[in-house]
Each structure stands twice: as structure tokens, then as C-alpha cells.
Design a binder for this molecule. Sequence first.
Ligand SMILES: Cc1cc2nc3c(=O)[nH]c(=O)nc-3n(C[C@H](O)[C@H](O)[C@H](O)COP(=O)(O)O)c2cc1C
Length: 315
Amino acid sequence: MDDKLRTLVEYAILAPSGHNSQPWKFRIGKKKIEIFPDFSRARRVVDPNNRELYISMGAAVRNMVVAGNDLGLELTYKIVDKKIEVVVVSETQSNNKLKGIKAIKERQTNRGKYFSKAIEEKKWKQIEDIAGKERTDIKYILNITEKRKLANLAYEADLVWYKNKELMLEMEEWLRDDVEMAKDGLPTGVLNFYKVAAEIKYLFAGDSQRAKEVATKDKDMLGKSPAMAIITSKGETIQDWVEAGELYEELALELTKLGLSNSIFNRPVELTGFRKKIAEKMKIKGKAQLLVRIGYARKPAKRTGRRPIDEVLIK
Ligand SMILES: Cc1cc2nc3c(=O)[nH]c(=O)nc-3n(C[C@H](O)[C@H](O)[C@H](O)COP(=O)(O)O)c2cc1C
């Protein structure tokens, strides 16, 4: 059992996290794993309430549940204070196909260009089957006018972001030059979306033309993507955020299985003033948590690093 629980942690840490901050620690107990938020890795400027931190933890929980399912462990979890307690409910035979684990290993964020080709109807039906649970919901967007609206919001948010010194400096802290060596953060060489930060001083210098060019590129990429999704939650509690993270990872793993790519573009959600705008313009009832672009990527993305398991395990 201990070996299996350690394996679950190995898959949990492959989850996506904001700026690849990996804001988690794990403790393996008797038939349970505790996941603690690692506030030393919190991003205080962009995520002052730890909303994205808990979304990232939710994605890690989802990986555990999916890997557990393959390995014959049925899991449940609850939030106790600020941590998540994942408990083994029952044990059965492992499933030899290990399809969930395969998707966990293959999943990645792809910020590159996508083909504008539509997603096949049969595949789209499978994607649409992924729906919210009690506290979460997904709005899927295929309509061109709706996509443009969201792309315009992203454009506006980009311009605010690029001119905000605190946000940009915090992002710069998570940029890593050496793709091979980095075990966290964002490798600048491969993440086109983030390359702008390398030009950080340029943008600060008030070259608003440059900021506009970069924002326009983002807008075009979004507007031309075949599909988008907005993940929402009922409220703004730790439970809401964890469930939103779980739902995103469920979607990301399904997309991976179908040969589709996705990337999150959360700048509008991260700016307080924009969240109301998103709700109004996109006609969503809940609280927007994640904006996702979906499609067939033109090129595979390079991998981001992870801290080794011994760095995140509390002994
Ligand atoms: C809550 C959350 C917010 C994120 N926001 C963004 C974003 O705004 N822009 C972006 O390009 N990637 C975003 N990401 C993706 C992460 O940067 C990515 O998951 C991380 O670098 C690890 O890379 P991987 O997903 O390829 O494993 C976000 C991820 C999470 C979980």
C-alpha cells in the first residue's frame, strides 16, 4: 500500500499549476495522503487569496483519483482546515490498461498556435460530457462571436498586465532559463506566451506599441482557436477552487486522450475588475475560475520540469 500511495504522489506532482509553482507538500499516512498548501510558493501578487494555488491542488487531487483508479484504489477526499485529506476507500484489482496514467504523463499545456480546423462532432460530444459537479460548471464556446468577445477581454487584460510592474516582476521570478535543469517555473525558451517577460524592461519603458503587438498576437490565437471553455464555481471557497481544479484536470486529461491540446489564459480572471466583465459579457452565472483554449496544436509543446518527489514529501 505504501508503494502505491507513493506512486499516487508521483502522478499528483505532474499536475498543472499556476506559473508551474507546484505549491504543494504531501504526507503519506495509513491508507491516506495529506496534501498541504505550500504557502512559501504562493504567488502573492497575481493570486493574493490563493485561489489559483487551490485550483492547482485540485488538479493534483484529480491526478491521484485517476491514477488510483488505474491502480485499483478507490479514493475520496475532504478538505480539513487548509489541507486536503485523500483517503483510500477500497482496494480492487489494478486495471492493466492504465489509460488514465498514460494521459497524466502525456498531458501538457500547449501555448502555441492551433489549427483552426473544427473538432470532430463525435469527439466534441465526449468533451461536452465533462460537466460540473455540485459546485462547478463549464461553459463551452464554439460560437465565433462569443470567442471574439473572450479574445477581446484577453487583449484588454494583457495590456493591463504588461503595464503592471508588480505582476510582471513576480512572473519574472518564476522564469527559468535552463530548460533541462529547471525543476519548477516556466522555461522562457519554450513558452512563447511568456517570452514577453524577457522583454520586461522594454514593456516597462512604456513602449505601449510593443505591448499592443504582443496582446494582439494573443487575441488572434484565442479568436482563431476552434473552441474555448470557461470553468466556473458557485462561490469562492477552498472547496470551490479545489473542485474547479479537479474539473479542469478532468477536461485536460480527456483532451489529451483525444489528441487535443489546451492552454489556460487566465489573465482576465486574475484581474479583479475583469471578473465582473467576464460574467456580464459571457453571460455566466458562477464565478469564472479558468479560461481555456482548446484545439489541435500545430507543434508539440516542450515539457516543464517538476521538483523530485523527495522534495515534496514530508517524512
Ligand atoms: C490555476 C492555473 C492558472 C494558470 N494560468 C495560466 C495562464 O494564465 N497562462 C498560461 O499560459 N498558463 C497558465 N497556466 C498553466 C501553467 O503555467 C502550467 O500548468 C505549468 O507551467 C506547468 O506546465 P504543464 O501544464 O505543461 O505541465 C495555469 C495553470 C493553472 C493550474
